[in-house]
Structures are given as structure tokens and as C-alpha cells.
Design a protein around this ligand. Structure first.
Ligand code: SAM
Ligand code: SF4
Length: 415
């Protein structure tokens, strides 16, 4: 998951604009211990731009598209070095190479990149290192090299096995390549994820289940099943396709959840399903409102300092990012999240988890007492949107279905 928005497939609604800490005149906050820290590396290029995609991804020019690897690796290294003082002494628990299409990088480039990261960061032994891959043949041919370079988890964007739906999604791969890519991934990786999208143009519930069954035939340790969303500033937003009715999408979601439960997968986050012990550690850290440093074009960071939570965004367009890093200014934006906004930001992540969170996690991640949101929690419980058991707070089935309405209750009214 893209760090929240733009990273790694984790889809969240956009952040409300947070105000500068000093301008809010609100209570001061103090963190005794920062949360776990992970690293996200964004690779902003793709072979072509898919019509539904609003990630920071740019089609490479030319008939034999190639990433400017040397320049980009040098920029990532400089970007990381400039960021080191902000995370000094902190251990990194996982790395996620997301995109865009990181599998466009050569095996050598991934090896060089991981070496550069390892030599500058105290990485947890056995850290989860994920790479997002597209299933086109040329990329699947590099999976063995990615494994040899130190990647230990592959996330493959299959989306569908149905030729009609792959075409509607404007995908660059066909169903045969999809199957072949998963076979190769399973050969080299104990741990891999398959991304599927349902609610596709003209899709019937039975077709969504056929996609799921095709994926299950490979016994993937992890599956992400996203409902297609029409995002602003995409080709689909400009010319919307005809999507299945909301009721039909709800039927697909129910059927997908039932089929995966029967197959032994735990549904642990809105769109994420895993076999026992195979939950994505990197994404779990986002949902636990942990910290992440994001490097690369358009990458987002969330970093807890002793008296504030910082958010950063790097320059988005690849050529702009390269120039700005060379000039020593990789950040396009940096601000402290107002203390009053932390409960909403925490909930935006933690309420995606089916098991919810403990009161103690809320307090350690926001440095605020749970008492401050007790009224909103009581009302949400009364309206059947959350369930509370001792210190644990979790979304109910209804809360999951109407997640945005549930989250709105934790927004601060600034008027
Ligand atoms: C960063 S994206 C792309 C990864 C990779 N480049 C690919 O296309 O396979 C990660 C995942 O987000 C999901 N996704 C992207 N846009 C979406 C949308 N509009 N609606 C639903 N899921 C989407 C897809 O399943 C995709 O695999
Ligand atoms: S290949 Fe992936 S990241 Fe690139 S445009 Fe398509 S969905 Fe977006």
C-alpha cells in the first residue's frame, strides 16, 4: 500500500488539510516513543497509463521503454541521505518498492538499490521486502533476479483473468501472461500477493468469482481484492464506463469474502486476505498508524518526532523530482499534523482493520487520551457502527459497509 494514497495499493480517502501546528493554538503533544518505522520507495514509471489509475505513474516514452536507472538510483540514494537526520537511530522493519511499476527495473538495479538502502539504514534481520510487479512476460522473466537481489515478497497486479475485462481495464497483459507470472512467482517466492479488482465494467458476480477461483488455484499466501473506484483525473473519470449496480457489487463483495473464508483465508483489512501468518507486515504498519519514510517521486512520509507528527511529500513528476533532488530540495511539502486531526487520521487507518485496535494503540500513536473521542465512540456504538469489547474497538459489519460515514464522526469541525 502505497503509503496512504499513492502507494502500494492501500486506498484511503484523501487527507483533510492539516494545519500548521503553531497556527492551530491547540494542545501540545508529546511522544515518549516513536512507533515502528518502515521504508517506501516509489518507482513512478509504467509501460502505459491504465485508464482507472490515479497513482503517481507516468508512461515511459518510446517503443522499448526503459527507466533511467542510474539517474533514479542516484536520486533515491541522495534523497535517503538527506532524510537520515529525521530518522536517526531508528530501525527499519520493512521495505516496499511500489509504483508505478518497480518490476520495470532490472535485477541489477534492484540489487544495487537494496544494497544502497541496507548500507544506510539499520534494517531488521528478516525484514519483509516487497516489490510490486506487473505480469507481462518480460517482467516475469526477472522474478528470479528480484529474489536473488533480496526481495522476499512479490505483489503481482493481475486484476482479472478475463480477456474482456483485462481489455476494458486497458491492461498491458493477457490472461496467459497472468497465469504464467503467478507460476513463476510461486516458484521463487514463498510469500506473494495477487491483486484483483472486482466491480469491473459489465462484470457479473459469477465472473468476479471465476477470477477469484483462478487466483486461488495458485494457493497465494495473500490476496488483495479491491472494488473498482472511479478516481478523479483519470481516463475513466473523463469517460466513465458502465459499472455494475451497487447491489451487484455488494453481492460480489459478500461472495468473495465467503469464498475466501471457506478457502482458509483471514479477512484482516477492508481489501486484504491472508493465510495464517502471511499478513502484509508493511501495510499493517500503515493501518496501525506507524511511521514510514517515503522516498522517490511523489512519495509520502509520516514521521513521529518528540512533539509532532510530520507529513512530507516529495516532488511528483519524475523529471522534476530528479532536478529537485540534485538541487538538494526533494520535499515539495512538509507540515505538522494538528493534534486535533490525529484522531481522524488514526481512525482512517485503524478502522480498516477487521479486528480494530486497542485503546493503548490509539494513545501511543496519537499521544492523546481516548477520552477525547469518547462521545464520538459512544454515538458510533449506539448507531451500530463499532463494537467494543474491553479495550478493543472494531468496526461492526455495518461500520465496514459505511466506513466513510463512520470516519466522518472523527473529523474536527473547524467552524
Ligand atoms: C500501485 S497499483 C499498481 C501496481 C502495478 N503497477 C499494477 O498495475 O499491477 C496497486 C493496485 O491498486 C489497485 N488499484 C489501482 N487503481 C485502482 C482503482 N481505481 N480501483 C480499484 N483498485 C485499484 C490495483 O489492484 C493495483 O494492482
Ligand atoms: S500499470 Fe499499475 S501503476 Fe501503472 S498505470 Fe497501470 S495500474 Fe497504474
Amino acid at each position: 500500500m502505497p503509503a496512504p494514497k499513492g502507494q502500494s495499493g492501500v486506498r484511503v480517502i484523501p487527507l483533510i488539510p492539516a494545519q500548521d501546528l503553531a497556527a492551530t493554538g491547540q494542545r501540545q503533544i508529546h511522544f515518549r516513543n516513536p512507533p515502528p518505522l518502515t521504508l517506501y520507495v516509489h518507482v513512478p514509471w509504467c509501460v502505459q497509463k491504465c485508464p482507472y489509475c490515479d497513482f503517481n505513474s507516468h508512461a515511459l516514452p518510446g517503443s522499448a521503454p526503459a527507466i533511467p536507472e542510474d539517474d533514479y538510483l542516484a536520486a533515491l540514494t541522495a534523497d535517503l541521505e538527506a532524510a537520515l537526520p529525521t530518522i536517526w537511530g531508528r530501525r527499519v522493519d520493512s521495505i516496499f518498492l511500489g509504483g508505478g511499476t518497480p518490476s520495470l527495473l532490472s535485477g541489477e538495479a534492484v540489487e544495487q538499490l537494496l544494497t544502497a538502502l541496507r548500507s544506510r539504514l539499520p534494517l531488521l534481520p528478516n525484514a519483509e521486502i516487497t516489490l510490486e510487479a506487473n505480469p507481462a512476460s518480460v517482467e516475469a522473466g526477472k522474478f528470479a533476479a528480484f529474489r536473488a537481489a533480496g526481495v522476499n515478497r512479490l505483489s503481482i497486479g493481475i486484476q482479472s483473468f478475463n480477456p474482456r475485462h483485462l481489455k476494458a481495464l486497458g491492461r498491458a497483459h493477457d490472461a496467459h501472461e497472468a497465469r504464467r507470472a503467478i507460476e513463476i512467482a510461486a516458484r521463487y517466492f514463498d510469500n506473494f500477493n495477487i491483486d484483483l479488482i472486482y466491480g469491473l465494467p459489465g462484470q457479473l458476480p459469477v465472473e468476479a468469482l471465476a477470477d477469484l477461483d483462478a487466483a486461488l488455484a495458485f494457493a497465494p499466501p495473500h490476496l488483495s481484492c479491491y472494488q473498482l473506484t472511479i478516481e478523479a483525473n483519470t481516463a475513466f473519470a473523463a469517460q466513465p464506463p458502465t459499472l455494475p449496480e451497487a447491489d451487484s457489487c455488494a453481492d460480489m463483495q459478500d461472495a468473495i469474502e465467503a469464498r475466501l473464508a471457506a478457502a482458509g483465508y483471514t479477512h484482516y483489512e477492508t481489501s486484504a486476505f491472508a493465510r495464517s501468518g502471511q499478513q502484509c507486515r508493511h501495510n499493517l504498519n500503515y493501518w496501525h498508524f506507524g511511521d514510514y519514510l517515503g522516498i522517490g517521486a511523489g512519495a509520502h512520509s509520516k514521521l513521529t518526532l518528540h512533539d509532532r507528527v510530520l507529513r512530507q511529500m516529495r516532488w511528483k513528476r519524475p523529471e522534476q523530482y530528479l532536478a529537485k533532488v540534485a538541487a538538494g530540495t526533494p520535499l515539495q511539502q512538509e507540515f505538522a499534523v494538528a493534534a486535533a486531526d490525529l484522531p481522524f487520521e488514526f481512525m482512517l487507518n485503524a478502522l480498516r482493520l477487521l479486528q480494530g485496535f486497542d485503546a493503548a494503540l490509539f494513545e501511543s500513536r496519537t499521544s492523546l487520551p481516548l477520552l477525547g473521542i469518547e462521545t464520538a465512540l459512544r454515538q458510533a456504538e449506539r448507531d451500530g457502527l463499532i463494537e467494543r469489547q474491553q479495550q478493543r474497538i472494531a468496526p461492526s459489519d455495518r461500520g465496514r459497509r459505511f466506513l466513510n460515514q463512520l470516519l466522518e464522526r472523527f473529523l474536527v469541525d473547524r467552524h
